[in-house]
Design a protein around this ligand. Sequence first.
Ligand SMILES: NC(=O)c1ccc[n+]([C@@H]2O[C@H](COP(=O)([O-])OP(=O)(O)OC[C@H]3O[C@@H](n4cnc5c(N)ncnc54)[C@H](O)[C@@H]3O)[C@@H](O)[C@H]2O)c1
Length: 479
Amino acid sequence: MKRILFALTAVALIACACQKQPADPYGYTIKDNQIVYNTPARPADQQSMLGFAAEPIENVRVGLVGLGDRGTGAVWRMPYQEFATVVALCDLYPERVERAQKVLEELGAPRAIYEFSGEEGYKQLCERDDIDLVYLAVPWQLHTPIAVYAMEHGKHVAIEVPAATSIQECWDLVNTSERTRKHCMMLENCCYDFFELNCLNMIQQGLFGDIVHVEGSYCHNLDPYWDGYQGDWRMIYNRAHHGDVYPTHGIGPICQDINIHRGDKMDVLVAMDSDAFAGQAIADKRYGEGAYQYANGDHTTTMIRTRKGKTILVEHDVVTPRPYSRMYQVVGTKGFANKYPNEGLALGSEDVGKVAYDNLDAEQYMSEAERDAIMEAYKHPILADLEEVARKVGGHGGMDFIMDYRLFYCLHYGLPLDQDVYDAAEWSSLVELTEVSIKHGSMPVVMPDFTRGEWDKTDGITFAFAKAEAESEAEPAAE
Ligand SMILES: NC(=O)c1ccc[n+]([C@@H]2O[C@H](COP(=O)([O-])OP(=O)(O)OC[C@H]3O[C@@H](n4cnc5c(N)ncnc54)[C@H](O)[C@@H]3O)[C@@H](O)[C@H]2O)c1
């Protein structure tokens, strides 16, 4: 009897210990053949960042960290910004800092006051109290650690894409932004390209009817670029990971089109990849036959279904000769748009009232002239004053300039930013979620909710304007 009692007590103790085992609050469990990610409750000292606006900043003092290819491009654009000044430069290598200083000089802008270098130079930059925003263009693996450090030290952050490489990092960004009340914007420039912005405007004005399905991709043969990444960071990441490791150019604009976390939510995701035929050949050539087993499939396809019944397709391919494409396709009940390889529109909507047209037929593309006329008539409001200067300054044809402009404009006027920390987390979360789905034989993944239940509290994406706000304030209150 004693032995039975002892055995029962031992079993009870083990069961108790198992129950007490702390589950990873940001991890997942597998239930009914689905991978279900946790959404932990918001800690008491944090508040939602939906619609957050910070105090206006007269002139945004910018500290740029990472002065390789992309960061140097940002330096070339910065002096054209009317609401910002580069005051600090930081890179691993001091010679890259000096190279950036020369760019500023060449453009007639003042040299940055502060210079930092070395692996931890960014810490000194973040610790200064005369910098407002830390602008990051470092390797992916450093985005979140530096962004978190910057927010902890009272800085707003703008982070290159993807902002995070794991679900834990996505939550680190959300939690730190919510706790410190600092903006955390991912620099998703593709949301600011002309075709995408004009289509978004048409969608918001009802020309496409209800949106049913959207597509986006990053298909870009990186053969000419692999040698340029400092310390080989991109190849090291890609050869070690399955999944869509660079999803945000594809998914960003289309999430805005279907109001993700502004009325809808990405719910369930399934990813599948091909073998690494070309990827393995590239690795063999770079490092020697068989030195590495290259993980990232040549072609990764992801499908997502939203809570409101829409579907999303995302693709990633950086190793085959497939011509450059961000896909960008929008399928609505009354209209269709696609950007690659040619910009095309097909509208069957009676709402196209602003333009004279004679060949409006949703079953075929409208002529280029009609397309251009509609694009002009429905030009997105943020392009109205910016298009000309954006095309002159450039940066992927102008969209990079518009992105920077909107960031500094909103900070200057104390307005909510166009992209918030939840966009950064949701779009970047595909990096881990696609890898986990693939590793489980393309098992469906129930995605976490970074807004913690607030995904339907906002009605579509809005772009804040100082003038409109001033005008609406001046309007007499309704009786
Ligand atoms: N949005 C776009 O269109 C676009 C285009 C290209 C690159 N990117 C993104 O920009 C980022 C940088 O890419 P890149 O092509 O410029 O890479 P890169 O290798 O050319 O530049 C990275 C820079 O970071 C520096 N660096 C590394 N460790 C550092 C540290 N501890 N502190 C400070 N600096 C450090 C390196 O010395 C290098 O100069 C990546 O996230 C990439 O995905 C975005």
